[in-house]
Design a protein around this ligand. Sequence first.
Ligand code: ATP
Length: 368
Amino acid sequence: MPTAAARRAVPEIAVPARLAFERVSLSFAAHAAVNDVSILVNAGEILCLLGPSGCGKTTLLRIAAGIETQDSGRVVIDGEEVAGATRTLPPEARGVGLVFQDYALFPHLTILDNVRFGLRGRPAAEAARMARTALERVRLGHYAGHYPHHLSGGEQQRVALARALVPGPRVLLMDEPFSGLDRRLRDKVRDETIAVLGEAGITAVVVTHDPEEAMRIGDRIALMRKGRLVQLGAPEELYRHPVDIEAARFFSELNEVAGRVEGGLVASVLGRVPAPARLKDGDEVVVAARPHDMRLSSAGIGTPGRVVSRRYLGEVDRIEVAVAGLAAPLEVRSVEIGRFSVGDSLFIDVPPERLHIFPDGMPAGTTK
Ligand code: ATP
């Protein structure tokens, strides 16, 4: 729990701001790193920029920070243009805080002085008081006189967070802030960071290439690919209703089978379901299902198959089921640990609303 001093620190945080990217583009040589991206980040919201390596997430963040300058489009913070055709504010005039993957602490400065570094220009006593309060907020007040190498990676990242928050930025920009931490530490530091951001009520943009992390952190997720914004929405929206098959694949393993529209229904080995309105009879489609959306039963509901492998993964069994007509088995994640064994005959049933249907393309991924 935060201390009383930490809670009192909140007024030093600026009022959260709206951050808008309006048709922002930036190319390096002929390569479009960011291509016509528009995103409105609401005040107090945590937005995750998610996508594979090289899709332009970091470049977009750097444009917001003022480290890169866009070729076209503009960046607006609370109605004020900070980067546009007519003016470009330097990073320090934008009211943004930055946290990087490698913490970027000064090794020769104490933890307190590292945090105080964000307050250059303030009277020394006031800066020291604010830095102490910020350290309390991330529960590291007792490390004030230590040096960075005395702290674990997770603690150093919390110091970096305190340093970024202490001047009261309008928006916090975080670039892969947890990827330098090992997995167990990452979960802990991530949860602590979300709590601190929540207490501060600050607007934050967090870059990550990890969909699970984006779903844990983000109020909304902006999925990017090849410099473009592909989909923007709440985590559940992206997971349940991906705009295309690549977006679906990005969030989990995917079973993909070929289907065809007949009489207003999509027919595949996974059954017959009403066809989405945009499809017409005769269209070839890909029908996809996530492994844990597939239900297994011994009764005669669904697609018949036979278990060809089973692996215990802790919370679920990963079961591969061979199905007549498919070259590769379907992958199922079942919470009914140990219920099915290799050689069992069974049936696979997928609720129609959990099937993802996309026009064209060859099925890929776990089955072909
Ligand atoms: P990663 O997760 O690997 O950092 P990313 O999604 O953050 O990837 P960016 O770092 O924004 O992607 O890079 C987008 C594209 O722009 C990449 O193809 C990258 O090589 C290129 N790029 C980025 N910065 C520069 C630069 N300063 N000069 C030339 N090309 C660049």
